[in-house]
Design a protein. Sequence first.
Length: 180
Amino acid sequence: MPENDKNTEDLNGLTDDERRKLGGAPDPVLPGEQAPKADPPKAVKWSFWLWLAGSVLLIGGYIQLLSSKSAVIAQIVEATKDPQYSPQQIADGVTSRLWYMLFGSIIFALLFMLFAYKAREGTRSARTVLTVLPVVMVLLIFVIAPIINLLTIIALFVFIVAIFLLYTAPLYFPKVGKRS
């Protein structure tokens, strides 16, 4: 009997968490069957809602910046001492960067929600991605355009709390065993 068939037989009858600990995938859901509902701890539930709230704040922050772009442009024109750039060039650059940042915040919000949903189901790798993704987002913000406002800063703090809550429920995210 091939070794894969033997491993599959060893995993039959185990719970999804036990299967993951042994390196197996969760039980497949056959067509027409309902997938089992995850019952996450309160910390993970709160974390999910914080990811949602932080995503809304993040998008709202860039919508606010875009709606007050004339004030942002005025500040940047005033701060720019280089005579090489005209105020119109600066205005065009700031406008395009604000649009890029808005679209980027929407993409990050969608990624946050996808992985927060997966973390709510108990996927350990989703928790890891949710730990790294805000760091990548902050690095991109400061590399592309360090234009932030209070809503963006609040969203970052909400994400930090959400990450902390995910790590307060370690038993909900079983460590996957190594395959030999």
